[in-house]
Design a protein around this ligand. Sequence first.
Ligand code: MN
Ligand code: FE
Length: 348
Amino acid sequence: MSSLTIRLTKERITAENKRVINNDRTVDCNQLVPIKYRWAWNYYLDGCANHWMPTEVSMQRDIEQWKTPNAFTDDERHVVKRVLGFFATAESLVGNNLVLAVYRCVDNPECRQYLLRQAFEEAIHIHAFQYIVQSLSLDEGEMFNMYREVEAIYNKDEYAMSCTDSVLDPNLNTKTKEGLQTLLKNMVGLYVITEGIFFYGGFVTMLSFGRQNRIPGTCEQIQYILRDESIHMNFGIELINAIRDENPWVWEKDFEQEIIEFIKNAVELEYKYCEECLPHGILGLNTNLLREYIQYLADRRFERLRLTKQYGSSNPFPWMSEVIDLKKEKNFFETRVTEYQTGGALEW
Ligand code: MN
Ligand code: FE
């Protein structure tokens, strides 16, 4: 495990000696340069270039629409609340896992630089949902307790966090096979399952409202969050693969099978959540299409993790990839056109 101790040495730190984790015998965690993992630094720069703040997005039209009695059907109001209720606490769960569990174990400075940036982005996302709930005058008690009170949401959160406690254990030793597998499984739970699967039922549903120019301020924020989350997940998968490459002994066949099952069960939980959110279907969405979409996403995640695709489903919502790739000046929600990009090109 990393420590803050600086050791007095005559030899300078070289990039070759750096590792993603378990650096204690080679280098300390305070020295960013020389950078070895250029990809981690680049993710940090990409995150900074995408900076945004929730309160810069106007909620005026959302407030007017939400107050209009006939502007939404009961089913539509139900799904909006379920999605916001899930995100209201999920972003906090992610932030806590990141700062308390992942950060502690990943002691490479350039990876930590990205983790610090990601942690701030999670704070912005937490802020965004607080801002949306407050703007729409939703019942705060209902929204922020939903992860305790709605079984389909509880099951997702509980599942993704199931291996976090063992990473928080001060006796965890990531130099052992069991210890490192515990860490990797928690990272899959955070980056692949929570950020890469559990967020997408909500993303696709909310952005379907946005495509009709409904609750446009909420959808604009969801769009920025989706953009941030894609980078989080891509960084996380790169981190998992880098740990695996540096510690090939950890990736045994039965561990690989365990990871595949871990992700496949998450797909089922996300499907159950979608059933809870959309019992009757709305806006051209129904649970069959959502299942296909979640399976399609899971296959993409499997490929990135160098695992075999499990489903072979196609993408029923090709417009979602356009949303992910859109720059703000092409925003089809016709909200205030803003370009927060402060430098560098957005390509990921
Ligand atoms: Mn987030
Ligand atoms: Fe995230």
